[in-house]
Design a protein. Sequence first.
Lengths: 155, 180
Amino acid sequence: MIADEVTRDDPLAAVIDVLQATTALDSGFADRLHARIGRQQRLRHAGMGLALCALLALGIGMPRTLPARSPITFNVLGPGAASVAVVGDFTEWRRDRVHLTRVAGGSWRVTLRLPPGQYRFAYLLDDHEWRADAGASQAPDDFGRPTSLLTVPAP
Amino acid sequence: MGVTPPELSLAERISQGDGAALGELMRRHAPSLLRFAGNYLDSSADADEVVQDTFIRAERAMRRGIRPGQMEAWLYRIALNRCRSRLRRRWPFVSGPKAGRAIAMARSAGSSDAMEWREEIAAALAALSPVLREAFLLKHVEGLDYVAMATVTGAGVPALKMRVARACEELRSRLKEVRG
């Protein structure tokens, strides 16, 4: 019979203390997460509003009012990387939406068509290394990770 | 464990789009869910996304009228499912250092010895099978009782007790190998 309990003199008690202490690393996490989800919801609602406007416009025979999109090329150097994704407001910060393609010289590239607006984004190399865009203005996000700022002007 | 009247009322408020209520739910549960996911996945970046997904899904479910009987266990169950899903996607591609966790440790560790110890613990935990790891973390790190753990994992109480016991045995054995 093996025991499922851990007493204070068990060596595992110290392990559990370390694992429990990880909460203290990030006590403000909940507030930052709440703010981030709120931003995403506002973006989503704005998107739904935009879609509704477009439907109304189509319904009454008006010209479409959806903004034109501009091609934006994301490019990052990662000769040793096995995969590179771009993650940002336009992917709802999901890391599995836009993957870059390896090109000559160890660079990775993808072109997206984005509507006018301001975006925050970062590159994610090998699913763990966050990197800002060297050619864009930079500002760390709520979690201290490097991110870049992008403004897409109206075409 | 179990839903308290304030949490029931939180669920009602969240279902009506009350952002402050969602914030309150996060303040109550996000730190422990983040700890659980971070320990389970050994990656602070992945844990961050898992917890975000958990609350987005929870909010949508509450808007659809779902009222969890045991709020804490329900949130852990969503988080565990997201962790399992992420692990399934990640395993074939895992390689190289676990940088996210290492960076978090480097920030928090007071000394290289403390960091080394944390890495040994993380490695021993990562070597457990996923079902043993989740049982150990829920029981001994998150402090859930076996009934709540059964709700979270879908496994029976006797099976969970055996998993926790086996996890303890394996962890003791692995850490003894590295620490003597």
